[in-house]
Design a protein around this ligand. Structure first.
Ligand code: SF4
Length: 232
């Protein structure tokens, strides 16, 4: 984050306001006298560590690790998005830029008229005071994160309208963002949203993730509503 300043006296000082508690400085530049170390953090500052340091899990929010949920990438196991549905991830912030909660809230407030249901297992969702209006709990608003992902799903016929809403955020956020979209491949291997997006002027970079042997589907008949428990 550029939070470490080394003055002319060669004393390093961490700007606590900008530091996101990612732990990179502790892990990558081990100090022989342990002058750089992890501090005990209180709520809500500890949110910075949960979202920014991959070695810590969200023990006070979702008990998981990371900036979003894993299920988006493992849709073929979880069946979170069925046919006719599109999962959308709006990734906010990057190393060196970060993202403040005030900018995350700008996004969730802006999307509120779409009446989207945020992904329950995403660690951001439990921090929303009013999910319908996209308002976060006041106590977290002073926190900064390395990055985070706003996750939700929409019917495929609402995809273009949703992307139009997201595009209106251009130039209004004090950070960078990217959008990723998850759909189930059709039985012939095609992806239903690719042509739709291309014909409407979007630059699309399709890719897939193969977790060979990592899990068997929890769902049947392509419908997430018919999820069944199976051992993996
Ligand atoms: S914890 Fe991360 S953000 Fe904070 S000073 Fe270290 S490297 Fe920079």
């Amino acid at each position: 984050m550029g939070a470490i300043d080394i003055s002319e006296s060669h004393k390093a000082v961490v700007d606590e306001k900008e530091c996101v508690e990612c732990g990179v400085c502790v892990r990558n530049a081990p100090c022989p006298v342990k002058a750089i170390h992890f501090n005990e953090l209180e709520w809500p500052r500890i949110l910075r560590r949960f979202f920014s340091d991959p070695n810590f899990s969200h023990s006070t929010t979702t008990k998981g690790m990371g900036r979003g949920t894993a299920e988006m990438k493992t849709n073929d196991v979880t069946g979170r998005y069925g046919r006719g549905e599109v999962g959308i991830g709006l990734e906010l912030g990057r190393p060196s830029t970060g993202v403040w909660f005030k900018d995350i809230e700008k996004v969730t407030k802006h999307l509120a008229p779409l009446n989207i249901g945020y992904e329950e297992k995403n660690p951001l969702t439990v921090l929303l005071e009013d999910p319908d209006k996209g308002i976060f709990k006041e106590e977290v608003m002073g926190e900064k994160l390395l990055s985070t992902i706003v996750e939700f799903k929409v019917p495929i016929d609402k995809l273009l309208e949703t992307l139009k809403y997201i595009k209106e955020l251009d130039g209004k956020l004090d950070t960078v963002y990217s959008v990723f979209i998850c759909t189930r491949a059709e039985k012939d291997g095609s992806l239903p949203n690719i042509d739709l997006l291309k014909h409407n002027g979007y630059w699309v970079s399709p890719n897939a993730k193969h977790n060979v042997g990592m899990g068997r589907p929890y769902f049947m008949n392509d419908s997430p509503a018919e999820v069944v428990e199976r051992s993996c």
